[in-house]
Design a protein around this ligand. Structure first.
Ligand code: DCP
Length: 662
């Protein structure tokens, strides 16, 4: 549920960094001969050539879209290079992408508080760094400004066909500039440096938005892609927000956004401006009303959370159509795979980051063959997490059984037959640092090894009865449990009551597997007198029913072939031929992120591997999972000054191409 936090200061400098066609870049680094060629990454599922999940900018120019399957992409772009997502345990293995994301995060975190928002997105709070820079170096006295900074897009800055870089230079070095604009200018310099550093060390390009808060930075980062940055000045906020479709705003993609549309006739953020804060509070409650009023004005007090690591780990798989799991034995077989993967990741997190997870949750999508209630969801179930693949499996099986019984209802028994599972996942959440003091990490490891060695269900004491298992997200009742970790009994207790119903939409989770725990939308309460604002239409509240819902040249010089790290060199050695090389594309392909995302794709969620979906940027998860067909939207007022990512690499190895003027 969005919280209307007052803007802490409009002098904060916040950046949102988003990797460009991320999985494609990871594959291209691994197989450098793919650089500059139209490339896409496909799901391992071989139906019609597999589903595209990442499309390089060269391929986008040829009309390839993420909504396509491999066969279709080949039709529109015969020379496309399709790279399969790695597979392990019969499912997508995202380890290389996760690790690549971690490499980037470790670089970006050098200049300020850093929040890993998804597998390829990061927020940075650069306020302190910008203030320090401003104190030490007055901008007007800057003698040289890097090309990458001069390529920044400053929203609201009139270019009038003049020398764009010169205009940006003047904006950056204005003596009489507002203090906040000066801080933004420092932020832009820092972000450009960080982006160049990322390119030097990882060979990846990224794009960024620099603004006074997270919401605006996020909106801006996708406006000019690839490999560019966009600055949101205070003066430009109104113009940026006004035309944006309301449903595209964070946390307004669901029912609240729909209520604004249908009940208040609000289609764009600008439409929301006509409502006073009192009116919005009256309609949607004090907190949500204030939050909406703030959103319309680009005000957001959300802090950048200092978090470099994921908030949860998850492993899942979909079983569409005839592949649905129809027996408990089949479910157990797959749970074993999923739990082993989850356990490995938990073990790695413990060893590497000294963190332990406290809660295990099982999610599933299911159907009944004699379905009288097609909307009934398979209830998500949680219990305290015990380390070791065997224990996780044992608990997951129990959670599944409890969920199945509830799903089928008392009139049916949960024996095989009459039901099918189309999606199964296990998630470990509530991850915290290992308590310091007497429980030394060594002991944890020791205990871990013992448990980890077995993948057989253990005979440990924790064998949840049905009642225990009903400490579920759906039921929301409180229970404290101990979590056993290895041989230690750290007596960690926690309360699962804060969890609520599992929802298919994941919002805003740092997702190395997005936490599939619910983040509520705002829950507006419409007073009686307002319920008929839109005649003939049900109010938001009624509709909710009682249901809980759940660049260019400048940056290039840093990527000398000699600058590659040894690990990257190693990665290149791993390269294997994929398909025949084709000519390099070089035209500009940039589009506003909104346009890209709106028009880009529509998936059948059952065609997508759950573990892939769970690691997506939150808004994409929402799209995938709700099968929304996006509405056409007004093209944002963005400039196209970017160049194709192909500019950054020659088709062979990592030699530079001569990029066009930005
Ligand atoms: N992804 C996925 N399945 C999808 C969509 C995306 O697995 N249906 C993965 C692949 C992407 C990564 O998530 O590379 C990040 O998604 P983005 O939406 O940020 O898209 P890209 O990084 O691919 O491209 P862009 O440059 O447009 O951000």
């Amino acid at each position: 549920m969005p919280v209307a936090r007052p803007e802490t200061s409009d002098s904060r400098i916040i950046a949102h960094v988003d990797m460009d066609c991320f999985y494609v870049q990871v594959e291209q680094r691994k197989q450098p001969h793919l650089r500059g060629q139209p490339t896409a990454v496909v799901q391992y599922n071989s139906w019609k050539g597999g589903g595209l999940i990442a499309v390089g900018y060269e391929a986008r120019k040829d009309g390839v879209k993420r909504s396509m399957r491999g066969d279709e992409a080949k039709k529109v772009c015969p020379q496309i290079q399709l790279v399969q997502v790695p597979v392990a345990r019969g499912k997508a293995d995202l380890t290389i992408y996760r690790n690549a994301g971690s490499e980037v995060v470790s670089i970006l975190a050098r200049r300020g508080r850093c929040e890993r928002a998804s597998i390829d997105e990061v927020y940075l709070d650069l306020t302190e760094a910008a203030e320090t820079m401003l104190k030490e170096t007055p901008l007007e006295s800057l003698e040289s400004i890097d090309e990458e900074v001069l390529k920044s897009h400053v929203l609201g800055l009139s270019l009038n066909g003049n020398d764009e870089k010169e205009i940006v230079r003047q904006w950056l070095t204005r003596r009489d500039a507002d203090h906040r604009d000066k801080l933004l200018a420092c932020g832009a310099i820092i972000v450009a440096e960080l982006r160049m550093q990322v390119l030097r060390e990882t060979e990846f390009t990224c794009s960024a938005g620099i603004a006074h808060n997270k919401m605006l930075a996020k909106l801006a980062s996708g406006m000019n892609k690839p490999a560019q940055q966009t600055i949101v000045t205070l003066a430009s906020v109104k113009g940026l927000l006004e035309p944006l479709p309301i449903k595209k705003m964070k946390q307004l993609g669901g029912k609240l956004g729909s209520s604004l549309q249908t009940d208040l006739g609000v289609d764009t953020v600008g439409d929301l401006l006509q409502f006073s804060v009192e009116k919005l509070q009256d309609l949607y409650g004090s907190n949500t009303g204030t939050w909406l009023w703030n959103v319309a004005r680009g005000i957001s007090g959300d802090e950048v959370e200092g978090r470099l690591l994921p908030k949860s780990h998850g492993s899942g798989k979909t079983f569409p159509g005839v592949r649905a799991l129809k027996t408990v034995a089949a479910v157990e077989k797959w749970l074993k795979e999923l739990c082993e993967e989850l356990s490995e990741r938990l073990q790695l997190d413990l060893e590497t980051n000294k963190r332990v997870a406290h809660t295990l949750t099982l999610h599933a999508h299911a159907y009944k063959s004699t379905d009288t209630d097609s909307h009934k969801k398979f209830p998500s179930k949680s219990c305290p997490l015990r380390y070791g693949a065997g224990k996780i499996l044992e608990d997951s099986v129990n959670l599944f059984q409890a969920g199945l019984r509830e799903f089928l209802g008392s009139y049916m028994n949960s024996a095989d037959g009459g039901w099918g599972i189309t999606n199964l996942s296990v998630t470990a959440s509530k991850i915290v640092a290992v308590p310091s003091g007497t429980c030394s990490i060594t002991k944890y490891f020791h205990g871990q090894d013992r448990f980890h060695a077995s993948s057989e269900p253990s005979d440990e004491k924790f064998a949840p009865e049905d009642d225990n298992l009903s400490t579920s997200m759906t039921e929301s009742h409180s229970a404290s449990h101990q979590t056993e970790i290895g041989g230690e009994q750290p007596q960690i207790t926690h309360d699962t009551s804060s969890f609520d119903q599992y929802e298919t939409t994941c919002k805003d989770e740092a997702s190395e597997s997005c936490l599939t725990l619910k983040h509520h939308e705002p829950q507006p309460r419409l007073p009686e007198k307002e319920r008929n604002i839109n005649d003939g239409k049900r109010s938001y509240e009624q509709k909710r029913k009682a249901t809980k819902e759940k660049g260019t040249s400048s940056i290039l010089r840093f990527l000398q072939p000699t600058s590659c790290s040894s690990s990257n060199q190693e990665a290149k050695c791993l390269s294997s031929g994929v398909q025949e090389a084709s000519g390099m594309e070089s035209e500009s392909l940039t589009e506003s992120q909104n346009i890209r995302r709106t028009n880009s794709w529509r998936y059948n969620v059952d065609e997508i591997d759950q573990s892939v979906v769970e690691e997506l940027p939150p808004e994409l998860q929402e799209e995938v999972r709700t099968w929304l067909r996006p509405q056409k939207q007004v093209k944002a007022n963005t400039e196209k000054r970017g160049s194709s990512i192909a500019h950054y690499f020659s088709p062979n190895k990592n030699e530079y191409t001569n990029p066009k003027k930005s």
